[in-house]
Design a binder for this molecule. Structure first.
Ligand code: SF4
Length: 303
């Protein structure tokens, strides 16, 4: 029997929010089915966490606590796997309260799931933007509908495009995650081409690479064990990243980051349109480096 974590026990946040005020809004993930993800169900973070929307008065007490301790001037991350699954008026009240109690907050952000976004109207998204939701971090993972289906993401490429465009259309910045290696060896090309296409369609403000690792107690773990899914080597992951970048349309002006321990490179840019050649050249130099060719896989069991 695995330990059960309470919704207020924050399990993950983006690395870029490491110095932010973290306010738990939801616990767990309302979807919780992605084949590669063990965040809330595998126990790797010390237990499982069931999906729940926290009581608004408890959330406000947390915000009061940070206000009393003078945590002014810090970014605020509304934590939980997908806080956008909560009703819009509930989120509006929380963001308003954050902005009322904490001063000079440079940004308010949260994770967002495409399905939650599609359930909200344009007017609701606009309300979130108007009260000061600045960034939504959304897991695209892949732009290939086939890979998304195999990985049980519950969303296809067209829904991702729609959700991404609607977030940006409301004036909320969009940061997408791309999971290198998610198609394995079999669907690497499809994953690469589909992802480049979706990124080109959305032209998100930011996209960030992550690399697939096999988390125990997940379906992907079983598929790898049975030989049904072949992981890419570090070199193949870097090639996949290079090819995604090379296949982007010329319209894409996103910031691009490799800001995660799962990655094999750390290259970044504030504008991929201006920096595409340098990005590709740097990746090619790494691809030709014998040390990269011999690099072992990291085999992380936590993401
Ligand atoms: S990847 Fe995101 S949406 Fe999928 S199960 Fe994990 S937390 Fe939920």
């Amino acid at each position: 029997m695995m330990n059960k974590l309470l919704p207020e026990q924050i399990v993950i946040r983006p690395p870029v929010e490491a110095y932010s005020v973290l306010i738990a809004v939801t616990g767990g993930c309302s979807w919780n089915k992605c084949a590669f993800c063990g965040t809330y169900k595998s126990g790797v973070y010390g237990g499982i966490q069931e999906y729940a929307i926290r009581d608004i008065e408890d959330i406000k007490k947390n915000i009061d606590f940070y206000a009393e301790k003078n945590y002014h001037g810090y970014p605020v991350f509304l934590a939980g796997g997908n806080p956008t699954s909560a009703p819009t008026d509930f989120l509006v009240e929380i963001i308003k309260y954050v902005r009322q109690k904490l001063h000079n907050v440079p940004r308010v952000s949260c994770y967002a799931k495409a399905l939650d976004i599609l359930r909200k109207s344009d007017d609701e998204l606009q309300q979130l933007a108007d009260v000061g939701l600045d960034i939504a971090y959304m897991g695209l993972e892949s732009g290939s509908s086939k890979v998304l289906r195999i990985m049980r993401k519950g969303t296809n490429a067209e829904s991702m495009i729609k959700a991404g465009k609607r977030i940006m259309g409301a004036g909320i910045k969009l940061s997408l995650y791309v999971l290198l290696g998610l198609g394995g060896k079999q669907y690497s090309e499809e994953h690469m081409k589909g992802t480049a296409r979706v990124l080109t369609e959305i032209n998100p403000n930011i996209f960030r690479f992550r690399t697939v690792h096999v988390i125990p107690n997940t379906p992907l773990y079983e598929w790898v064990k049975k030989g049904e899914f072949q992981l890419l080597t570090p070199l193949e992951n870097i090639k996949e990243e290079r090819d995604i970048i090379a296949n982007l349309g010329d319209n894409v002006t996103s910031e691009v980051y490799n800001d995660h321990v799962s990655n094999y490179v750390s290259i970044e840019t504030e504008n991929i349109q201006k920096d595409k050649e340098r990005f590709i050249t740097t990746l090619n130099e790494l691809i030709d480096d014998p040390r990269i060719m011999a690099m072992p896989r990291k085999n992380l069991t936590i993401m």
